[in-house]
Design a binder for this molecule. Structure first.
Ligand SMILES: Cc1cc2nc3c(=O)[nH]c(=O)nc-3n(C[C@H](O)[C@H](O)[C@H](O)COP(=O)(O)OP(=O)(O)OC[C@H]3O[C@@H](n4cnc5c(N)ncnc54)[C@H](O)[C@@H]3O)c2cc1C
Length: 221
């Protein structure tokens, strides 16, 4: 079922990622890591649907989405960049994405980090962040977002990684066994990966090469 909800606020998190704060329909419930189908009631976009993940807490009075905008697609996300307070969007009921199997290592490419934003914020509220690690891969520091929040949450267990730039405070490199071997002490723990298909395939292959248990690798793309 679609719910028409109004935008309360739109904020830029970097040059192409926006955080939308949305009104929360009466009785609308979700849990950390769940996503929705999103439609924009605008001419030419009636048939289009994009999936996005809630990044706010399930107990927040409002809903929050964190969305990367692709002007070149000329689809929904190009228009998301133009949304402002008072505009209406359509969201579906929530559906599951990440399946948590206990504390572990979260490895995200770009906005593949969105399910982990929600999960890590929830774990923080519950005092259960210890034992979790986050790797967030981006091309350059301009593409990174929420670095201060991830650092405050996880300290040395947060690694911002840049594939196309060397910059202070970030690791430099591409996803692969070499990088993970250097920074991950144990491969017998749960791993969670989300991002573009090629990225998550590379993560999974690297983890299997390093001896991770295939049943403890959660893959989303
Ligand atoms: C379960 C799930 C949860 C997700 N959660 C989030 C989230 O929280 N935040 C987030 O930012 N993203 C998330 N995504 C990804 C998000 O759904 C897509 O990025 C989004 O749907 C892209 O929509 P779009 O309107 O930009 O383009 P699309 O609807 O993908 O494409 C529109 C048109 O652009 C063209 N096109 C497609 N790719 C390209 C390209 N590379 N270059 C040029 N043209 C192209 C195609 O012809 C297509 O007709 C999630 C995806 C899933 C499956």
């Amino acid at each position: 079922m679609d719910h028409a909800v109004r935008i309360i606020r739109s904020e830029a998190l970097n040059h192409n990622v926006v955080r939308l704060t949305l009104e929360r329909p009466e009785g609308y419930n979700f849990s950390a890591g769940q996503a929705i189908d999103f439609k924009l009631p605008r001419p030419g976009l009636e048939e289009r649907v994009s999936a996005f993940t809630f990044t706010g807490l399930a107990t927040d009075p409002h809903l929050e989405l964190t969305i990367k905008c692709y002007p070149e697609h000329r689809g929904i996300t190009a228009q998301v960049a133009t949304l402002k307070a008072g505009d209406t969007v359509l969201i579906s009921d929530p559906f599951d994405t990440v399946a948590l199997k206990g504390p572990g290592v979260f490895i995200a490419g770009g906005t593949g980090v969105t399910p982990y934003i929600a999960v890590l914020r929830q774990l923080q509220v519950e005092g259960r962040l210890a034992g979790n690690t986050l790797f967030h891969f981006n091309r350059t520091s301009a593409d990174a977002f929420l670095v201060d929040e991830f650092t405050a949450m996880l300290g040395r267990d947060f690694y911002g990684v840049l594939s196309e730039q060397e910059a202070p405070g970030f690791l430099h490199g591409r996803i692969g066994a070499d990088l993970l071997r250097k920074h991950v002490a144990r491969f017998d723990q749960p791993f969670y990966t989300c991002g573009p298909e090629g990225f998550v395939t590379a993560v999974k292959n690297a983890l299997l090469e390093l001896g991770a248990n295939a049943e403890l690798i959660d893959v989303q793309f």
